[in-house]
Design a protein around this ligand. Sequence first.
Ligand code: ADP
Ligand code: ZN
Length: 219
Amino acid sequence: MMRKKIRAVLFGPQGCGKGTQGQLLADRFDIPLVGAGDLFRAEISARSQLGKLAKSYVERGALAPDELVNAVIASQLKKVDLARGFILDGYPRNVEQATYLDRIMKVNLAVYIKITDKEAVRRLQGRRQCKRCKFTYHLTDAPPAKSNQCSICGGPLIKRADDTEDIIRQRLAAFHFMTEPLVSYYRQQGVLLPINGEQSIPYVFEDMIKKMAKLGFQS
Ligand code: ADP
Ligand code: ZN
């Protein structure tokens, strides 16, 4: 049977579980998960032309301009296995970027994972990430088998420098202002799939898989 190709974006407030659900989706459908943040870091360590430019923004803690972000994403989407589709996490962050993406690669599914700001703060304060393989845990909700040690690769778990309450609140404000307008943008495109993110990790996943199947995306 021909499978409908997935060209998906995942979005929602910081801490909604995009990274977590993105990993699960990529495994289930066997398609690449493209994380915007990781891409930026990869370009920087590869010392590419784009990477050098990106570095100057990241080092100042500034948001890179749309043109630069778009160029990094376009270059990566050419490299990944487009024949099988992709899942984007962390991009687009605003309507300008979404419009650009639709011009180079038309999105056919926009999963919007919804949680309250209060829950976002709670989750990000407990988030820990493996330094080596980047797998994400939560101190109480998704703990590793041994404390402070990755269950997959044994690497050390670290807390991201920007996962502190003040900075989380700033990032949430930016989400509401810049990124939330994507809800109506993608609704107008007819590809919006809203998901209640305030359920356990496996429930969010099953909910999403069932709704995707109804839209013709069979796993
Ligand atoms: P995002 O990529 O959207 O910022 P993450 O996937 O990193 O979010 O998840 C944020 C934190 O919340 C992590 O510590 C993760 O383990 C935890 N988490 C993710 N989904 C859930 C959930 N459904 N219930 C409880 N905790 C969750
Ligand atoms: Zn690991």
